[in-house]
Design a binder for this molecule. Structure first.
Ligand code: AMP
Ligand code: MN
Ligand code: MN
Ligand code: MN
Length: 272
């Protein structure tokens, strides 16, 4: 079984349309897929005729905040028409629009004019920092997205604005209200000390979080083992996903995911 419960379309910062993503999932032999765009469910309104061989689990990746740090929480198997979720998504979209204006203002102070218009040319729907990165590349300010994040958009830089995101408790509650399972996304990407990560997982669990991503894309075995240990320590269910955004990122290829260790209780046992 190939299971990929974390990926993006061009409804947020991915490059494929929802239908192109589904076609690629079929081509890769994916059996179960969740599209988890950043703070939007719009992909689900744009998928036509999902083949019966592919189980599509409604999902989302919510932006939230914990101790002044941006944290991503994936919601899986949610009710797409749930009122609390629909209004949460509206709120998150407004925050994204305001934040984009603010990022643009701040970049303007560094001498980069009209960045909002520039970024919007790359955003098909939900706008995010990767679209600003594309604009900065297009105007020759940086060579690639990595440099854009390192200099202007990443943690601690001018374009890193996360004050307006809800706290993790709120994000988890939205997912629970929509009947879904809240999953702590890619814990190793936050680059936290062991103590801090343990505190985050503990707070996440107290908030009603039920699972964590033990595997995110192609991951080195020692990281997987370590996350699996934390996962059982906190008695959480385990999830896995590629965090696919674009076919040219080889370490986050759709359906190409390291196996979950046998000690893990897979989150999908709930609904398969
Ligand atoms: P946002 O959702 O606007 O906060 O932007 C976060 C997104 O930026 C992540 O989901 C990644 O897709 C992307 N991202 C984060 N760090 C980097 C980086 N160093 N290089 C390229 N893309 C990145
Ligand atoms: Mn992204
Ligand atoms: Mn993420
Ligand atoms: Mn993601």
């Amino acid at each position: 079984m190939i299971i990929d419960l974390h990926c993006h379309t061009n409804m947020s910062d991915g490059v494929l349309t929802p239908n192109e993503l589904i076609d690629l999932a079929i081509e890769r032999g994916v059996d179960m897929l969740s599209i988890t765009d950043h703070d939007t469910l719009d992909a689900y309104a744009h998928t036509t005729a999902v083949p019966s061989g592919l189980k599509l689990i409604p999902g989302i990746e919510l932006s939230s905040r914990w101790r002044k740090q941006g944290i991503h929480i994936v919601g899986l198997n949610i009710d797409l028409s749930n009122e609390a979720m629909v209004s949460a998504v509206n709120q998150q979209s407004k925050v994204r629009a305001q934040r984009a204006q603010e990022i643009s203002n701040r970049l303007g102070r560094l001498g980069f004019d009209n960045c909002l218009e520039g970024a919007q040319r790359f955003a098909h729907n939900q706008i995010g920092r990767p679209h600003f990165a594309e604009h900065l590349i297009a105007i020759g300010a940086v060579k690639n997205a990595n440099e854009a994040f390192k200099k202007y958009l990443g943690a601690g830089k001018v374009g890193d604005i996360k004050e307006h995101w809800p706290d993790i408790d709120t994000a988890v509650q939205w997912i629970r209200q929509a009947g879904g399972v809240a999953v702590l996304a890619h814990p190793s990407k936050y680059k936290m000390t062991r103590t801090k990560l343990t505190e985050l997982i503990s707070d996440f669990k107290d908030a009603g979080g039920e699972a964590m991503e033990v595997v995110s894309g192609l991951q080195i075995p020692s990281v997987t083992r370590d996350l699996a240990k934390l996962c059982s320590q906190f008695d959480l269910l385990a999830s896995c996903g590629s965090d696919f955004h674009s076919p040219d990122k080889k370490w986050a290829a759709l359906g190409l995911i390291s196996n979950l260790p046998e000690t893990c209780n897979p989150v999908w046992d709930r609904w398969s």
